[in-house]
Design a protein around this ligand. Structure first.
Ligand SMILES: *Cc1c(COP(=O)(O)O)cnc(C)c1O
Length: 388
């Protein structure tokens, strides 16, 4: 029987130390490993190519994703870089969401300008997305669901079918969910990437990434590229990330519970002009989200009344949300996409993408929900007073 993800997160790699029977696997900081003799390599020789601590983390992450293999990288962008290097060649068409994570968009755009591939940006949440993919005959389709910051939902199974019909590969950036909320490979994706900086590590103290693949040969190829490009994850970061992964299932349970409580408190509040959360029955992607996710995640976006001055008033009341980019840590964060994560987008492009000046994104942490809700209600009170 396949063990539960909660058990895998806690037990993966436990009591595997042959030297001393250490319960927690030790961190191997050595950069190199001796040969047993001439022509007698051991399992590891050089830590960029392979490291026991990184392998232990990779095994845990592969099991959580139901993957044939996992590659641990030094950042989420490293995972994305290795994936593109392995899977696309000049002349290939790459389809990506028009509202991709900013770093992903920058990399795709810069590589396409150098002729690495032909980039087509589409709204992959639109009903005609599968038909448009079929017409473009892509080598690779990149999906992010829920999207950032408006939490649009893309149907992974439907787009996987359309991509495979074109002999392409479907990659899902699963950073916003983690394998506890969404398992892209089980939905038909070929490859999943994550920034482990976010939920996987969960403590906002390690930058890292991971690629998982449904096919063992593809996983090996991705590992070859990660080593070749020099972007494999460090031993100590791997050790810390595995420490974080141990509690991912219980953290995620609290994240989801708190997000639901926060959404219930914000719903219908006169200080909220729009509320974006895939768990809401009137969210356009709700039915797909209910089918492909387990829970609706813990990122919530809302538009406060009064535009940017309303946001300033709202933020001034928050004691338990830090004004910062990033997401997925135990601590609650609030971000103003218009001036922070999406500041590079000109105002008219933001407006066209639905990013209005009053929009804020919450990464709901695992504090007591009552404290978070009290904060948000106080903030909305100030935003309302400023607007009237
Ligand atoms: C943060 C993030 C990345 C990039 O990961 P880094 O670890 O910062 O390199 C990629 N995709 C998404 C959706 C992210 O949130």
């Amino acid at each position: 029987m396949e063990r539960a993800r909660q058990t895998a997160a806690v037990r993966s790699g436990i009591e595997t130390d042959a030297a001393h029977g250490a319960v927690v696997p030790p961190v191997y900081l050595s950069t190199n490993y001796s040969f047993a003799g001439l022509r007698q390599p051991r399992e590891f020789d050089y830590s960029r190519s392979g490291n026991p601590t990184r392998s232990t983390l990779a095994a845990a992450l592969a099991e959580l994703d139901g993957a044939a293999g996992a590659v641990v990288t030094s950042s989420g962008m490293g995972a994305i870089t290795a994936t593109l290097a392995a899977l696309v060649a000049p002349g290939d068409v790459v389809v990506a969401p028009h509202d991709a994570y900013g770093g992903t968009w920058r990399l795709l755009d810069a590589l396409a300008r150098k002729g690495a591939f032909v980039l087509e940006l589409l709204d992959l949440t639109a009903p005609d997305a599968a038909a448009r993919i079929a017409a473009l005959d892509p080598a690779l389709v990149w999906v992010e669901t829920p999207s950032n910051p408006l939490l649009g939902i893309t149907d992974v199974a439907a787009l996987a079918a359309a991509t495979h019909a074109a002999d392409g590969v479907l990659v899902v950036d699963n950073t916003f969910c983690s394998p506890l909320v969404q398992r892209p490979l089980a939905l038909g994706a070929d490859v999943a990437v994550q920034s482990s900086t976010k939920y996987l590590n969960g403590h906002s103290d390690v930058i890292g990434g991971v690629i998982t693949a449904a096919d063992a040969d593809l996983a090996e190829q991705l590992g070859w590229w990660a080593n070749c490009l020099g972007l494999t994850g460090s031993a100590f970061d791997s050790y810390l990330t595995l420490r974080g992964v141990r509690t991912l299932p219980v953290r995620m349970r609290q994240h989801l519970e708190n997000a639901a409580a926060v959404v219930a408190a914000l719903q219908g509040h006169p200080g909220v002009e729009r509320l974006h959360y895939p768990g809401l029955p009137d969210h356009p992607g709700h039915a797909i989200a209910a089918r492909q996710m387990e829970g609706f995640g813990a990122i919530v976006s809302l538009e406060v009344v009064g535009g940017e001055p309303g946001v300033a008033a709202f933020l001034s009341a928050l004691e338990n949300f830090s004004l910062a980019e990033s997401l997925g840590g135990v601590e609650s964060l609030v971000c103003h996409p218009g001036t922070m994560t999406h500041a590079a987008m000109p105002p008219e492009v933001q407006e066209a993408a639905g990013l209005r000046p009053g929009l804020v994104r919450l990464s709901v942490g695992i504090e007591h929900p009552d404290d978070l809700i009290a904060d948000l209600l106080a903030g909305l009170g100030r935003a309302g007073a400023a607007a009237s």
